[in-house]
Design a protein around this ligand. Sequence first.
Ligand SMILES: O=C(O)CCC(=O)C(=O)O
Ligand SMILES: [Fe+2]
Length: 352
Amino acid sequence: MATTDRPASRRQLLRHLALPLYLPTVLTGAKSFANNPIIGSPLLNRLGLHPARMILAQGMAEVRRTPLAFSVSAEDRAAFRRDGFLVKENFLQAAHFEQLNDEVRRYRAPGWECHQGDTITHRLLLDEAALQQLPATRALIRDPAFRRPLSWAGAHAGAPVFYIQRIFNFATQGPPDPQRHLHTDTFHPTVKAWLFLDDVDERKGPFTYVPGSHRLTRARLHAQYRRSLEARKDPIRYSARGSLRWREQELKELGLPPPREFAVARNTLVIADTSGIHRRGEASEPGSRLEIWAFSRPSPFLPVTPPAIAPLTRLRDRALLTWMERQDARARRAGGLPSWRAVEPTRVDELA
Ligand SMILES: O=C(O)CCC(=O)C(=O)O
Ligand SMILES: [Fe+2]
C-alpha cells in the first residue's frame, strides 16, 4: 500500500516511531522539511533548529575555508564575501577556450537528462574516462586558477563534480521551469560554477543572483526562522523540500538589492554560493545554453573535507554513476521515470 493510502493517524504514528532514526540527520546536509520529521519538526523549529543549523554550518564552512584561503587573492575573497559570487570574463586564453569549445561540442557519450517544467537539462559527467578524450577540458579542470577559488568558495578541499551541461529552454511541455523562481538551494554554503561556452543574453535565460544574499544577516535569519515553522506544509514542493522559494517583494524586506542577471560573453566563469538567492533567468525563445558546470557541496558540519586526490575522486564519480544508474533502473522497473534519466549519446542532437 502506498504511504498516501494509509489512514492519517497510522501515518502519524509511523512518523513518530521513526523520529529517533532521523535524529542524526540534523548533522548532515538533510534539508527537506516535508520528508524529514526532525528537520520539519514544528517543536524543534519553534526552538530555532533551522537558523541554528544555518549559523553552525556557516561557521564550519569558515573553518574549512581557512586552510584554503592562501591560494586565492585577497581581492577575489573580498568580492565573494561581499557578493556571494565571482565573475571572471575571458577566463581561458583564447586558443585554449576555442579548443575546449570545439571538443565539447563534438563530444558524444551516454548522458543524463532532467525535465523541470518546460526545461530539459542535459549533462555529461566529466569523469576520468571522459577527460581522457577531452584534453582542453582536462587542462581547465586541472588549472589551479579554476580550482582554487572553487575550493575556497565551496569550503571544500575535495574535487567538485564536473559536467558538460546544456540547458534546453522550452524543450518540452510543462509548467514554468521551477529554477526560474527565486530560490536558495539549501541552508548552508554550497557552490556552483559555470564556464559559459555560449554568449548568454535574455534569449538564453541568464543565471541571476541577488548580490549579498548569501550573508546570514539578522533579517535573513528571521525570515528563515519564520519560514521553517510552516515550510513542511509549503504548497511549493521545492520549498517544502528545503530549497526555499522567495518572492521578489521579499528582497527589500531582507535589505537586499534587486537580482543581477549575468548576461555575459562566452568564456566567462561565474562561481556562486547558491545558498544565496538566485534563479535561472527567463529565456525569451527556445534554444540552449552550453557550459562546463561544477557542483560542490560538502557535508556542512564537518571541520575538514577529504583532499582532492585522484583515487578518491574516481571512487566518488564511480559511486555517483552507480547511484544514478540504480535510480534510473528502479524507476523504470516501477513503470516511471527518475528525476535524472539515462539517455543515449545521440539524445543531445535530437534536442538541439
Ligand atoms: O541554470 C541556472 O542559471 C541556475 C539554475 C539553478 O538554480 C541552480 O543550478 O541551482
Ligand atoms: Fe538553484
